[in-house]
Design a protein around this ligand. Sequence first.
Ligand code: FES
Ligand SMILES: [Fe+2]
Length: 319
Amino acid sequence: MHAELLPYWYPIARSEDVREGPVSVSLLETDLVLYRSGQDIVVAADRCPHRGMRLSLGQHREGALVCPYHGLAFGQEGRCVHIPAHPHLTPSQQFRLSTYPAVERYGLVWTSLGASPSPFPELSSDWDDPAFRKVTPDPVPIAASAGRQVEGFIDVAHFAHVHTTTFADPANTAVPTYAVQVDEDGLRFDYCSTVSNYAVGSGMTAEGFVWRRSFDVRLPYLAHLTVHFPNGRLNILNGASPVASDRSVLFSPVCFDFEIGTDEAVKDFNARIFAEDRLMVENQQPRHLPLEAAEASFAADLASVYYRRLLRQMGLSTA
Ligand code: FES
Ligand SMILES: [Fe+2]
């Protein structure tokens, strides 16, 4: 995959899914192992420097990760601290395990594979506000690139066609014009329309209300949406984690300051919306965004046209 992608921060797990025992994830074609050790989360290459064994099959014992094959133990910074076959030897640097930084924010664990990571993305302060309830749905594996997924999330022309069983009205197809503001780290736009965000069949209506959706897109694969409801705000973080050029995992925590329902109801509604999106995203050809070959666009695609341009400016040919 493109080296340009390495410095950025990507979500790799939900905080609640990382406990003491090692778990494996993949990011940018790199297999990683992660585990919780006291206050810290350790992220390392899921490959033992001795014979290439998958360390996620090993055990976390007293702050060290122990390989299942010959029992080498690695401390939190990746230094090999014990070789059972030679118990009195101080292991050399050759046995050092590559480790990566870990940050816990927005209910997720993030890492960066770059030698000098880019600044961590700071999103809406609502995430730090105790008045906002947070719900973190299950991660969703997607058989398409992270770029395709993010572009689908910021697409405002598909609601009436794709989200008809969840929130959209099939008759409300026209897309009002909107403007996009481009910065060096991404793009922002407000989309105002009469497309309601209330669940189909809920009986909730807001006659004459104009729904404002504020999008904040950070390169390369992070998008944040604030939906302004009549009685509060709903924030959706759309973090597409690039597993490989044709595979991604979607993390989509939400936070809101008004009554929506139980955590399970929120997760269920979110899962139904993303299932509708996933059917589209997994059936686009090719499975990545073709940044050099032109696909036809219309005016409502403005955000996606800018998004592709920014990805191209990063030096990517596909995303
Ligand atoms: S392969 Fe890990 S200890 Fe030998
Ligand atoms: Fe959608």
